[in-house]
Write a protein that binds this ligand. Structure first.
Ligand SMILES: C[S@@+](CC[C@H](N)C(=O)[O-])C[C@H]1O[C@@H](n2cnc3c(N)ncnc32)[C@H](O)[C@@H]1O
Length: 226
């Protein structure tokens, strides 16, 4: 049964309190002020909710989830089965305990591996992925492509996207079987923090073997093939 908006909000607030408390002993977020965290973690996490809801039904993954943002608020708001992935195992172990404390471990699980390793374990399994503050778009497309089902969506949370960053991604989207389908700009409630939500759809198999070796997507991004 879907949770009421009130329950979702209540659990998200409780999760944020637990993160800020845990943050005193392990670095889960650089934001320590409660009000700032409410805007930059809870409100910002839900900026892409419509785009996540528009993706096909099925498994949701938050790539480079850190302290569980935007993954946990989006999991609560959508009710989707969710996997949070971050290569820092210690962070994922703490996040997993917090999820357990809230009784959410049936719905939300964590994976303390690199995204490239998750792609080897669970290829083509995700209907929707999010990534906030993780990498340049070109790298996000490469990391996501092998994880997504055909028709699945990658929802990227960005502050601002330069023409250079966007063009670099557009130049390899065909190679990766991905396609930009929407771009939306908005401001958070302070009226000045800018967000851009870009959505890419998995249209076809990538035309190269993925994942490449660990680290390559981020360290040596793909260039268009002649
Ligand atoms: C700047 S943090 C952002 C955390 C969170 N998404 C947020 O917006 O609050 C980026 C996170 O991505 C993780 N990360 C970077 N590359 C990764 C990879 N290839 N596989 C898994 N995690 C990765 C890092 O460990 C780090 O926790």
């Amino acid at each position: 049964m879907a949770m009421s908006e009130h329950m979702v909000n209540d659990l998200a607030q409780q999760y944020l309190d637990l993160v800020l408390e845990a943050n005193k002993s392990i670095n889960l977020t650089r934001i320590t002020d409660r009000d700032e965290a409410e805007m930059l973690h809870l409100e910002d996490s839900l900026v892409g909710l419509d785009e996540v809801n528009e993706a096909p039904a099925g498994l949701y993954g938050d790539l480079g989830s850190g302290g569980g943002f935007p993954g946990v608020p989006l999991a609560l708001a959508t009710g989707r089965e969710t996997v949070l992935v971050d290569s820092v195992k210690k962070k994922m172990a703490v996040v997993s305990q917090l999820i357990d404390q809230l009784g959410l471990s049936n719905q939300i699980t964590t994976c303390g591996d690199r995204i490239e390793d998750l792609a080897l374990d669970r290829p083509g399994s995700f209907s929707v992925l999010t990534a906030r503050a993780l990498s340049r778009l070109v790298s996000l497309l490469e990391l996501s492509s092998p994880l997504l089902v055909r028709g699945g969506r990658l929802v990227c949370y960005k502050a601002q996207v330069s023409d250079e960053e966007l063009n670099e991604a557009l130049a390899v989207q065909d190679l990766l079987g991905m396609k930009l389908i929407s771009e939306r700009k908005t401001l958070l409630s302070d009226g000045e923090t800018a967000r851009t939500i870009l959505v890419f759809e998995k249209m076809a198999r990538a035309r190269l073997k993925l994942p490449r070796r660990v680290g390559a997507a981020q360290k040596t991004p793909l260039k268009p093939r002649p």
